[in-house]
Design a protein around this ligand. Sequence first.
Ligand code: GLN
Length: 490
Amino acid sequence: MASVTHMTIHELREALLAKKLSVSEAVRAYLERIERLNPHLCCFLTVTADQALKDARDYDNSRKDLTASPLAGVPIAVKDVLCTEGIRTTCGSKILENFIPPYDATVVTRLKSSGAVLLGKTNMDEFAMGSSNENSAFGPVRNPWDPDRVPGGSSGGSAAAVAADLCAAALGTDTGGSIRQPASFCGIVGLKPTYGRVSRYGLVAFASSLDQVGPMTKDVRDAALLLSVIAGHDPKDSTSVDHPAEDYTAALEAPITGLRIGMPKEYFMEGTDPEVAEATSKACRIFRDLGAELVEVSLPHTEYGVAAYYIIAPAEASSNLARYDGVKYGYRFAEARDLMTLYKESRSRGFGAEVKRRIMLGTYCLSAGYYDAYYRKASQVRTLIRRDFTEAFQKCDVLIGPVSPTPAFKIGEKTDNPLQMYLNDIFTLPASLAGLPGLSLPCGYTSAGLPIGLQILGPHLGEATVLKAAYHFEQATKTERQTPPVPETA
Ligand code: GLN
């Protein structure tokens, strides 16, 4: 039997059902590992040890039925941007440092009702703004493959926790790449579903027209399993897609012979790190050997994705973040004598530098006289990007390319240059702007031993096809899979 904390969800479920292991043993193994490694990796902001142990005992005493639901007894971590009733939810921000939500996000309710055991809340870039986790008010997360490197962002805590075996799986959120990019930097599987596939109710809003919740897991089957639990229509989210959720594990093994895989030429151009480019090309060859058909396609507006996204996302953020005013909840500057000072000081002291930058950018882009030049133009570009994908998907069933132009970079390497940081998102932003599903899975390692991610994109609600392609690739490359050299003691 593999070490408990290293198991996938499906392996853990098998061991639990075969009574090779009790839920308490599993939970204790994770808690012990978190205690040992979290001071070093900084993946968790809150660990819900007492409740997790209590849930575990309920299973072991048969107060709860282990056979009844798909995630029964499985220890899972949740990004700290998702509301958890009675459990601190910080969004990686000082302004919400002591915020305790009075309700659960729909995805958390769904996790609970499918039997999952919540281990805690994971670190992230403040309000999910960032690509490195360095924007967290509570310290950067370290990459389990190399502690001097970033785990990616903004769901860096979730990605590093899954990679370092601090949980069986985690939930992340993705607005412009925040599930896929950290998944690729940490060598795990991450899936951003179609916009609206998973409820945003209780997800603290960053850019509402882009935000999506998704699974971050040790393998593709787990991603399918977790998506089947969290996907589905939710009347509490008006943008939720009214389309029945599927059992995404059902079709994983169906053959991919004849599957048309599009290679967008803009994703295979110069400028990408040579080792990333080589791993991506190798992935194409593997797919061909698996019987898929490779087709060249073009997404001509790719180069405008960064500019459009970094107008639209900050514009929406500037509006969404207006609610943090020191009055209703969150940090409040206690010495303010008048309302303006209260607003000004609470926000100036509560928000970090990147969040303030986005609020200023967004407010500027939406202001009278600039709206047409910036926000309207960016929305028009968004339409063109969406059309690029519609046309490409006439010729193919899924698209593949790199997730990020580089592997994990060094902590501090890009913090002085926000534009460099934004450019790292070049391959993840277009699918976000188009609202399409995208998955990242390991496809190789650099000579320095850092994981490289492969991105698979699908058409609207094409998650099942994306997962099927990913599953076959994973099966074909399974023997090359490595594990991070996490020190046993920190
Ligand atoms: N890196 C992008 C940003 O900083 C995307 C973040 C995300 O997907 N939440 O906005």
